[in-house]
Design a protein around this ligand. Sequence first.
Ligand SMILES: *[C@@H]1O[C@H](CO)[C@@H](O)[C@H](O)[C@H]1NC(C)=O
Ligand SMILES: *[C@@H]1O[C@H](CO)[C@@H](O)[C@H](O)[C@H]1NC(C)=O
Ligand SMILES: *[C@@H]1O[C@H](CO)[C@@H](O)[C@H](O)[C@H]1NC(C)=O
Ligand SMILES: *[C@@H]1O[C@H](CO)[C@@H](O)[C@H](O)[C@H]1NC(C)=O
Ligand SMILES: *[C@@H]1O[C@H](CO)[C@@H](O)[C@H](O)[C@H]1NC(C)=O
Ligand SMILES: *[C@@H]1O[C@H](CO)[C@@H](O)[C@H](O)[C@H]1NC(C)=O
Ligand SMILES: *[C@@H]1O[C@H](CO)[C@@H](O)[C@H](O)[C@H]1NC(C)=O
Ligand SMILES: *[C@@H]1O[C@H](CO)[C@@H](O)[C@H](O)[C@H]1NC(C)=O
Length: 431
Amino acid sequence: MRLRSCCVYSAGVLCILLLIAGIAMALTQVFEKLINNKIKEQVVLENGTEAFSVWEDPPPPVYMQFYFFNLTNPAEVLNGDKPVVLQIGPYTYREYRPKEEVKFMDNGTRVAAVNPKTYVFEPNMSSGSEADIVRTVDIPVVTVMEKFKDNIVIRRIISDLMKANSIGIFGTFRVGDLLWGYEDPLLKLIKNILQIDDHFGLFYKKNGTDDGEYVVFTGKKNYQDFARIDEWNGQRSIYAQFESEVSVRGVSGFRFVPPSEVFANLTINPDNAGFCVPAGNCLGSGLLNVSVCKEDAPIIMSSPHFYQADDKFAQDVFGMNPNKEEHETLIDVNPLTGMLLRGAKRVQVNVYLHQIPGFSQTGKIRTLVFPVMYLNESVVIDEESARKLYTVVTEANVIINIPFIVISVGILLGVVFIVFMCRQQTPLLAS
Ligand SMILES: *[C@@H]1O[C@H](CO)[C@@H](O)[C@H](O)[C@H]1NC(C)=O
Ligand SMILES: *[C@@H]1O[C@H](CO)[C@@H](O)[C@H](O)[C@H]1NC(C)=O
Ligand SMILES: *[C@@H]1O[C@H](CO)[C@@H](O)[C@H](O)[C@H]1NC(C)=O
Ligand SMILES: *[C@@H]1O[C@H](CO)[C@@H](O)[C@H](O)[C@H]1NC(C)=O
Ligand SMILES: *[C@@H]1O[C@H](CO)[C@@H](O)[C@H](O)[C@H]1NC(C)=O
Ligand SMILES: *[C@@H]1O[C@H](CO)[C@@H](O)[C@H](O)[C@H]1NC(C)=O
Ligand SMILES: *[C@@H]1O[C@H](CO)[C@@H](O)[C@H](O)[C@H]1NC(C)=O
Ligand SMILES: *[C@@H]1O[C@H](CO)[C@@H](O)[C@H](O)[C@H]1NC(C)=O
């Protein structure tokens, strides 16, 4: 009897101690700090760390997939009908992108590198080959027409050259040519007069070249900055917005997407006035005129199938089917470590078409934004990294929950204590 009551009282005391300890640990967040320090050590980009070698040459494969819109009714379009397009593809390339010219800066808090990309065709993940034929807008032709539409003499020469060589605003192209470059017949005819390169391709000269220097934080000062792109060619990187919680290969993540205001028209987001080029000339929600960046080619960027753009653009072309799952740009990040779990960048290249005075080749075409191609550049964490990350996250969750486990044990002991106290007192009450 004595021994038993001793046990019961120890349980009571232990219960109170555990509760105090548990609550203290929960409030001071010792374990969170411990975990953060541990992660901090591991994710700093320093010569020799694993994080550095992963960053220098990321193990998960990056794929670039191209989809084209094959025009089925060119004659009708020149007569003012809506285009009817069929999506073809994907034409998939594996992207190799090791970091080069790596240099540490600012005492190791930032690191700079260039990131040349090499594209290798992946037949297994493609539907069709690079030799497939696609009928679409002849971008060099339309560009030349736009450029000289106000010069009566030159536009006459160009128009006659086009007639003599039966070149129109639509043409058929090999997929591989359209992407990586081909000699354009019209450009070839006028290249000596205009001193221009007569090759054209959407990714012409992009294979094996880099797009400028990146600067990222190494995480030495603040580990949550790890590999965040600080500057890209000196410009600030675009921000993203939390959308939902996801799970990638068993690892939990937060999904970030570009905020919809980024694409909104001026009524909704006046900040987008900068997208109206030339000033005051706005196309509407979801479209970006990148003409100046593309040597005056009338190129308009959007999300694939005009997802999140003004409805009228998708309605102007038969064959558009915008939807969130397939057409949104996203990144999934593990919140504990900041590691990238999945990313998909999806953009569409369009050409602005309208009747150009002096060029009978444009016929009675209606003014429209014609979709040529869209791409999906995507990456998913590889199995091995996912497994490692899963272990880290699981361990961290257990450790972070220690205070609550302690509190639970305390509560359990409290219950035991109360039950025994009541049992002991029952005979007393009865007597
Ligand atoms: C990393 O260290 C190796 C050998 O110590 C050296 O050859 C290499 O240049 C260093 N890399 C950088 C980016 O400092
Ligand atoms: C660089 O780091 C070293 C050692 O941590 C320190 O002594 C030095 O003052 C730092 N220099 C600068 C410019 O921050
Ligand atoms: C890109 O270059 C690599 C190596 O130089 C080559 O193997 C690959 O076929 C090229 N890709 C394309 C699409 O030309
Ligand atoms: C593509 O498929 C073939 C046959 O199924 C296979 O032998 C080859 O290894 C695959 N290539 C890649 C890169 O997966
Ligand atoms: C695209 O359309 C052209 C013309 O109708 C046709 O010859 C070609 O086979 C089509 N391409 C594909 C990949 O279906
Ligand atoms: C902007 O979009 C909203 C909603 O989609 C629409 O009501 C408004 O008319 C648009 N404004 C302009 C200038 O296009
Ligand atoms: C796109 O921008 C260019 C140059 O900034 C301009 O000449 C052209 O008219 C714009 N296109 C449209 C459709 O607004
Ligand atoms: C890329 O996106 C397209 C649709 O936009 C989808 O069909 C394709 O499966 C995606 N590719 C990967 C590797 O996720």
